[in-house]
Each structure stands twice: as structure tokens, then as C-alpha cells.
Design a protein around this ligand. Structure first.
Ligand code: CO8
Length: 261
């Protein structure tokens, strides 16, 4: 598949997706979002790939939806197309991928860019990262999960202030608030993202899927439902060959060889 707005490659068992519209701060045009969806689908169905990374460049992960694309859209245009969620346009592929996706963020992650990073399974940030939902400044509000995921990640006070004023969070504040898992020097971000994704890719795929599903249930249900789901998923891992291999390897003091079975 050839892409115009993103760079895509398999780096070992890691599917690497780099947003690539540097002239527009990686603004998320419809074409770019569609391509991200296509790349995710391709990696999701590629047995050699165990995890993915979405990244941008040093200046910007992405500065939001493409305002020049959007400015003339009407309510009816957005409502009927279900922008940005319709499957054809790729956003659903990000929300429904079963393989873990890490966002590696340097520079601006604003509006839809912040939402794309938050839709990934976790965010590794460089010390230059800046997160924000500045839609209010251009007469709209977040539309791809910003009001919901940001609030769950950092709590009501910070999310409300950011959505109401457009104030950006730097990397340190984002880490303190729980939006990002770790901060790295900008020169180390790419290597660390590849290392972490590579580690996940070498683990048991079915068990990785179960862990991802279980953590996600915490976002979507009550504690009781989540605990029930976790208990079932935990028991289910014992139906895999990989659990036997993992525990035998520990007892025998050797490295496990997972077969994704
Ligand atoms: N859309 C289109 N073009 C953009 C965008 C954008 N979001 N952001 C930057 N650009 C373009 C600029 O127009 C400029 O292009 P040109 O050189 O042709 O004039 C180029 O990128 C460089 O930008 P700046 O000159 O502005 O660079 P600065 O370093 O001065 O500023 C900023 C960088 C702070 C990132 C600034 O560009 C900015 O504020 N950008 C807009 C941020 C924003 O408002 N984002 C929210 C957009 S709305 C949104 O995301 C809604 C989400 C709903 C659903 C999401 C689905 C994807």
C-alpha cells in the first residue's frame, strides 16, 4: 500500500506509523486519518506484527484536525458522515485495534492530535510535548473523545480548564496528571517507543489482547463489572499454552518462548 500523508514500515515485529504532513504541523486531514486507519488495519491483520507505534515529528505529533478542511463543513455534513468516526475514515480502526498502540509524542498534540494520542493505549512523551484541546478558541469543542478521555485521564478540574480555555499542558504536568506514562529526552523517544513496543510484541499475543481488553473495561464500566471481567479473563489465560510456557519457563529459570497459542 502506498501512502501520501504517513510513513509506514514494519520495524521487526512493530508496526511503525509516522504522521507526515510537516508543512501543516501534521494536521489530521481526512486523507491522513483514512491512511492511519488503513495502516492500522494492515498491521492488525499481519501476523508478524505484535504492537504498533504512532508518532509525529519533533515539532508536532499533530496540531489537530485540519482546520482548512473543516471550516466550510455544515452540521449536516458532519452529522451524516459521522465525522470522525465512520469506519471509512479510519478513526474507528484506532478505537477498535486489538494490538496495542503506543503514541510517541513530541511537540504539539492539540485538538484531534491530543485525541489521537489519547485513543492509543498509552502515551510516551518527550520533554518537548505539549497537550491541549484548543478547539474553544476556534469556536468548536473536541469531537474525537477529548472531553471524555481527557477527563478520565486527568480529572475534571484540569480537563475542564483545558477545554474551556485551551490552555496547554507541558510534558511534566501531563505526567503528574497521569496523561502520559513516562517522559523521555526528545532524542531518546523513538528508540524507547520501539523498545517498549518490541517488548510487547514478543509477549503472548492472546494474553496481551486480554490485558488490553481488561484495562479498557475499567474505562467503560463499574468497578464490579470490571472486576468480574478481569476474573474471567485471568482464568482464560490458563486456557492458553503460553501461560503454561510462561510459568514453566519461570520455574525452570529460562526465557519463555511464546507461540501465541
Ligand atoms: N489545521 C490546518 N493547518 C494547521 C493546523 C491545523 N490544525 N495547525 C497548524 N497548521 C498549519 C498553519 O496554518 C501553518 O500553515 P501555513 O504555513 O500554510 O500558514 C503551518 O501549519 C505552521 O503553523 P503555524 O505557523 O501556526 O506554527 P506556529 O509554530 O506559529 O504555531 C501551533 C503552532 C500552536 C500548533 C498553531 O499552528 C496552532 O495553534 N494550530 C492550531 C491548533 C488547533 O486549534 N487545533 C485544533 C483544531 S480543531 C480539532 O482538532 C477538532 C477535533 C475534532 C475531531 C478530530 C478528528 C481528527
Amino acid at each position: 500500500m502506498s501512502y501520501q500523508n504517513i510513513l509506514v514500515e514494519a520495524r521487526g515485529a512493530v508496526g511503525w506509523i509516522q504522521l507526515n504532513r510537516p508543512q501543516a504541523m501534521n494536521a489530521l486531514s481526512m486523507a491522513l486519518i483514512t491512511e492511519v486507519g488503513q495502516a492500522i488495519e494492515a498491521f492488525q491483520t499481519d501476523d508478524e506484527i505484535g504492537a504498533m507505534v504512532i508518532t509525529g515529528n519533533e515539532k508536532a505529533f499533530a496540531a489537530g484536525a485540519d482546520i482548512k478542511d473543516m471550516e466550510d463543513q455544515s452540521f449536516i455534513d458532519l452529522f451524516l458522515s459521522d465525522f470522525p468516526y465512520n469506519r471509512r475514515d479510519g478513526w474507528d480502526s484506532l478505537n477498535t485495534a486489538r494490538k496495542p498502540i503506543i503514541a510517541a509524542v513530541s511537540g504539539f498534540a492539540l485538538g484531534g492530535g491530543c485525541e489521537m494520542a489519547m485513543a492509543c493505549d498509552f502515551i510516551l512523551a518527550s520533554d518537548t510535548a505539549k497537550f491541549g484541546q484548543p478547539e474553544i478558541n476556534i469556536g468548536t469543542i473536541p469531537g474525537a473523545g477529548g472531553t471524555q478521555r481527557l477527563t478520565r485521564a486527568v480529572g475534571k478540574a484540569k480537563a475542564m480548564e483545558m477545554c474551556l480555555t485551551g490552555r496547554m499542558m507541558d510534558a511534566e504536568e501531563a505526567e503528574r496528571a497521569g496523561l502520559v506514562s513516562r517522559i523521555l529526552p526528545v532524542s531518546e523517544l523513538e528508540a524507547e517507543a520501539l523498545k517498549v513496543a518490541g517488548k510487547i510484541a514478543r509477549l503472548s499475543r492472546p494474553v496481551v489482547y486480554m490485558a488490553k481488553e481488561a484495562v479498557n473495561v475499567a474505562f467503560e464500566s463499574t468497578l464490579q463489572e470490571g472486576l468480574r471481567f478481569e476474573r474471567r479473563a485471568f482464568a482464560s489465560t490458563f486456557a492458553t499454552e503460553d501461560q503454561k510456557e510462561g510459568m514453566s519457563a519461570f520455574v525452570e529459570k529460562r526465557k519463555p518462548e511464546f507461540k501465541n497459542r
